[in-house]
Design a protein around this ligand. Structure first.
Ligand code: FES
Length: 320
């Protein structure tokens, strides 16, 4: 975790839907947390050595608390289950300062899409857009009403009428008709989507095929994408400062081999989501496996996330 961590007390832990809890975090020292913008996330140290990122979902003008929502996902790497089973009201934990890789862009109109627990940053965006009087609509897709977090909060909000719920178990009339929502395309509408990988790919793919430019499509994954690692071979990394060459075998990450050899690269999510480990690449071709870099940043081939990304070339020269 970033050295600039904050102490936070779990002021409230609430059940927001089936398998989803909300945590309200209060500052321990002083009376306010650092300011944040809609779309921000924080690192949460669930227990020593277990750090995960969660989007802030409260009103971004608030300083007296941070709110996060966490889905229990037994298929994840253990963070969400630990939040559900191990964290309790009154407990003091460490968190990182807010960071934002999913910021709102000034636009005439915004289209927000949330898939399941991906609603957390989207809800924060809706709060912000409503406050500024901006035009927007929010499409919130989930499996069923009982698995839909923050329904009551949305119903009581000033923007309730702009939120459209779409339940997988509901009738056909209420399903998301994405092509219709994405038409007509105009140059001053921005689209934001957060949710499971398949949901993000569906929404962004549909927008692209309708001519939406990449600059108007914004998304944030909340988990690393599944990558077939069966064919991974070894490659080398050279440290530019010393000329030292290390071999990265198949099945091991660059950060793990670097750490073993005394070269510490800061990490947080370790699954290509947060960007903490971003490292400059001076030579070689990267095999990008993250969900952090944008397409044009990948194409530039001058940085990568060594927690998960690898090399297409025999060697990468790193600015380390
Ligand atoms: Fe999060 Fe590498 S540690 S992207």
């Amino acid at each position: 975790m970033d050295a600039a961590f904050l102490q936070a007390r779990i002021a409230r832990k609430t059940v927001e839907a089936t398998d989803i809890v909300g945590l309200e975090l209060a500052p321990l020292e002083g009376t306010s947390f650092p300011a944040f913008s809609a779309g921000s996330h924080i690192d949460v140290e669930i227990r020593p050595g277990l750090i995960r990122q969660y989007s802030l979902c409260n009103d971004p003008t608030e300083r007296h608390r941070y709110q996060i929502g966490v889905l229990r996902d037994p298929a994840s790497r253990g963070g969400s289950v630990a939040v559900h089973d191990e964290l309790a009201e009154g407990q003091v934990i460490r968190i990182g300062a807010p960071r934002n890789h999913f910021a709102l862009v000034p636009a005439r109109r915004s289209l927000l899409f949330a898939g399941g627990i991906g609603v957390t940053p989207i809800l924060c965006m809706a709060e912000r857009l409503a406050q500024t009087g901006a035009a927007f609509e929010l499409h919130y897709c989930s499996r069923s009403p009982d698995r839909t977090a923050y329904r009551r909060r949305i119903a009581q909000s000033s923007f309730a009428e702009r939120v459209h719920f779409h339940f997988d178990d509901g009738d056909a009339a209420q399903r998301l008709d994405l092509p219709a929502v994405l038409e007509p395309f105009d140059a001053d509408t921005h689209l934001y989507v957060c949710g499971p990988g398949g949901f993000i790919e569906y929404v962004t793919g549909c927008a692209r095929t309708r001519g939406w430019p990449a600059a108007q499509i914004h998304f944030e994954y909340f988990a690393g994408q599944a990558v077939d690692t069966a064919g991974d071979g070894s490659f080398e990394v050279m440290l530019a400062s010393s000329g030292r060459v290390l071999t990265i075998p198949g099945g091991r990450t660059v950060v793990a081999v670097l750490a073993e050899n005394g070269v510490e690269v800061p990490v947080s999510c370790e699954q290509g989501v947060c960007g903490t480990c971003l490292t400059r690449v001076l030579e070689g071709e990267v095999d990008h496996r993250d969900n952090f870099l944008l397409d044009h940043e990948r194409a530039a081939n001058n940085q990568f996330t060594p927690c998960c990304s690898r090399a297409r070339s025999k060697r990468l020269v790193l600015d380390l």
